[in-house]
Design a protein around this ligand. Structure first.
Ligand code: IVH
Length: 678
């Protein structure tokens, strides 16, 4: 552990020391998976650095670890030309394909045998990170291979991407670029989808789509919350490989501090390569990431140059694709399910088929637009894919196999459960049942409420929920707190002991913290993490219910969409009544911990507002400052930390200048607000 900070250390020195330390610990944790300090110690250092940077904005630099949090959303992506085209690889699907490739390579080089580097083919997005003087300055997507989109701010949030390279003793050119793959680990993907399910959002089909949906976003705060990883496999200077061999490249990248997938090997000849590739196939499920094959590359760059490129692919590399977990089967029917938010979701009912060793009988169809996009008819043959633990997806129809009696599917115009009308908001793809008391909605809400990780009411599963609604007349979530032993005992399959148990479970749910109660409400877009943030920042249900949009949005990670969804939820009378009843039933409506002041980025800072700000009204700015722990006063004094000046500022600006108080604009204020600890 670091010794106590010597008292004479200047803020500048301390900032630099903390940055160095944090960079090293990020590397140990995110790249090597070998942390040397606890998360708490790490967080404490990060908080100290944030506080120092908030007090000395002039010391903030883009490669500071504090800058990984993500900033304000941007308008669109700027395009940049790649230093040399990002090509894709030709595919080999069999041993024969691979041996044919090897023959072509050897013929082209006039060599008996060649060395290949075999790497795993990570299933993500190819991405470019450019460095100048060892510092990361530009991130690009693959784009069309010729031009990529600027995702610098988003890439910056990926902790395994070094913002500054290591071992500067080794001579590196002033400018170089690293190419690699941005992937989402399986575990992160599952957590994300679980969160999205709880928040009533559509699910990502696979980690690759989730990674794409997290990297190609205009709001880098979204990327920051998504636990992506960057794996490096290519090092270029001036658009050309920097080192003479691919194997040296991978080793060098690791020394520079990049995360390199350790599962690669120099293979002498195609036979050895094939063996390595085939060895990996059955073990691929054990990896933390999804792979869709292996990549075979000639090790010698000189030999690569000799062979060159076809108009699409390098002649010196090939991707060996593992058999996809796909299958073809018949679409027997399309069922429509009604979710908690009333959303009608079509589900494919399939003739059961084995996909990658698992029997599949149902697949998600998302919504009507998706069915139209696929051109799907009941009776069609469809190609389905299973990836990870997600619900299988329908990829496409097989037109040649369409039977004559295949029939078109129409989304019902009424709710299949309560027969009320269904409605689709303009611009939305989802149809929803309009009936607030639809039993399907209630059942799903109850299931969500009782789920593990929410209110943890063990035993309250689908069958029991059906009984509660249909036989005991449960009409609202809060009704479960009025259930009696006699009522429960009267249900089929329910003995006295299980009835008693269930009552105990329900009683125990009164102890769940405020964050769980917020989560249990099933507010759209509010998942576990957001619920926790809301509980921490507002401290009580009351404060949350009456928070305006600005204080909500002042919380990092909460954008306009979540904020308005929260407000919309609390503006419904039925929802306010539900909360009142839950409160009466004894649920926790106060946070056990007071709001954490150290997590408030502006704690202890006093602001004065003057002039017209470009986006916010003064009330909005003041609310945002206060929600972040700051204070707003009307007169400038020596105690004022910042004067936020807009157009046509008054005499306050002059006063600030006289007293030497820092003057900032709205953009700078927002930066301060959103650089709060994660
Ligand atoms: S080498 C010309 N190495 O696969 C060299 N690609 O179809 C091209 N990929 O777009 C890339 N893992 O997104 C290379 N170890 C690896 C890779 C890899 C995944 C992806 C990459 C590329 C695609 C090629």
């Amino acid at each position: 552990m670091q010794a106590m900070t010597p008292p004479e250390e200047s803020p500048k020195k301390e900032v630099h020391r903390l940055r160095r330390e944090l960079q090293r610990h990020e590397y140990l944790y995110y790249v090597l998976d070998q942390p040397q300090i606890s998360d708490q110690e790490f967080d404490a250092k990060m908080r100290r650095l944030r506080a120092l940077e908030a007090q000395h904005p002039d010391l903030v630099e883009p490669d500071s670890p504090t800058q990984r949090v993500g900033g304000q959303p941007r308008e669109g992506f700027v395009k940049h030309r790649h230093s040399s085209p990002l090509r894709s690889l030709d595919n080999a699907y069999s041993e024969d394909d691979l041996l044919a490739f090897d023959r072509r390579v050897r013929e082209g080089l006039g060599a008996e045998r060649v060395h290949y580097v075999v790497e795993l083919k990570l299933d993500g997005l190819s991405t470019v990170a450019r460095y100048r003087k060892g510092k990361f300055y530009l991130g690009l997507t693959r784009g069309d291979g010729e031009y990529g989109e600027d995702v610098t701010e988003n890439l910056r949030t990926i902790r395994s991407l070094p913002l500054e390279t290591q071992s500067r003793r080794e001579k590196m050119p002033e400018e170089f670029e690293v190419r690699g793959e941005v992937v989402m680990p399986r575990a992160a993907f599952e957590i994300l989808n679980r969160e999205r399910e709880r928040a009533g959002l559509s699910l990502f089909a696979n980690p690759r789509n989730a990674a794409a949906g997290s990297l190609r976003v205009l709001d880098s705060r979204i990327t920051a919350s998504r636990r992506l990883e960057f794996f490096a496999y290519y090092l270029l200077a001036g658009g050309q490989p920097m080192l003479p061999r691919q194997s040296l490249t991978l080793e060098h990248l690791r020394r520079l501090g990049f995360k390199v997938n350790p599962d690669w090997k120099v293979c002498h000849g195609a036979g050895e390569a094939l063996q390595y590739i085939q060895n990996w196939e059955p073990r691929r499920e054990q990896l933390k990431f999804e792979i869709d094959g292996a990549v075979l590359k000639l090790d010698e760059v000189e030999a690569q140059r000799k062979l060159g490129y076809t108009n699409k692919f390098p002649r010196w590399a090939i991707a060996y694709k593992y058999a996809a977990r796909q299958a073809e089967t018949e679409l027997l029917d399309i069922e429509v399910q009604v979710g908690r938010t009333g959303a009608l979701t079509p589900v494919a009912v399939l003739k059961p088929v084995a996909v990658g060793g698992v029997m599949v009988a149902r697949a998600s169809l998302h919504n009507q637009d998706e069915i139209e996009r696929l051109g799907l008819r009941i009776g069609d043959w469809v190609k389905i894919e299973r990836s990870g633990d997600v619900i299988p997806q329908v990829l496409e129809t097989v037109p040649d196999k369409r039977p004559q009696n295949a029939r078109e599917f129409q989304m019902p115009r009424e709710c299949p459960v309560c027969h009320s009308k269904v409605h689709r908001e303009p611009g939305e793809v989802v149809w929803r049942c309009v009936n607030a008391d639809c039993p399907a909605k209630l059942k799903e809400s109850l299931l969500h409420f009782a789920r593990r990780g929410v209110m943890d009411i063990d035993g309250l599963g689908p069958a029991l929920v059906d009984q509660l609604v249909e036989q005991l007349g449960v009409r609202a979530i809060a009704d479960i707190y009025d259930l009696t032993l006699d009522q429960l005992k009267s249900l089929e399959h329910m003995g006295e002991k299980s009835a008693d148990n269930l009552l105990k479970q329900i009683a125990a749910s009164r102890e769940r913290g405020l964050d769980r109660v917020i989560l249990s409400l099933g507010i759209r877009h509010v998942g576990e993490r957001t619920a926790r943030l809301l509980a921490e920042r507002f401290g009580s249900m009351d404060a949350l219910m009456h928070a305006g949009e600005e204080p909500l949005q002042a919380i990092e990670e909460i954008g306009p969409k979540i904020a308005s969804s929260i407000q919309e939820f609390f503006s419904e009378k039925a929802n306010r009544e539900l909360i009142a009843r839950l409160k009466k039933a004894g649920l926790q409506m106060q946070s056990k911990q007071p709001p954490r002041p150290q997590e408030q980025p502006l704690a202890g800072l006093t602001f004065v507002l003057t002039g017209t700000l470009p986006q916010w009204t003064r009330e909005q700015a003041a609310a945002a400052i206060e929600a972040a722990g700051g204070r707003v006063t009307s007169a400038v004094s020596k105690k004022t930390r910042y004067v936020v000046a807009g157009q046509d500022p008054g005499s306050k600006l002059e006063k600030a200048r006289q007293l030497g108080v820092a003057i900032i604009d709205e953009a700078e204020l927002k930066r301060l607000l959103f650089t709060s600890p994660a």
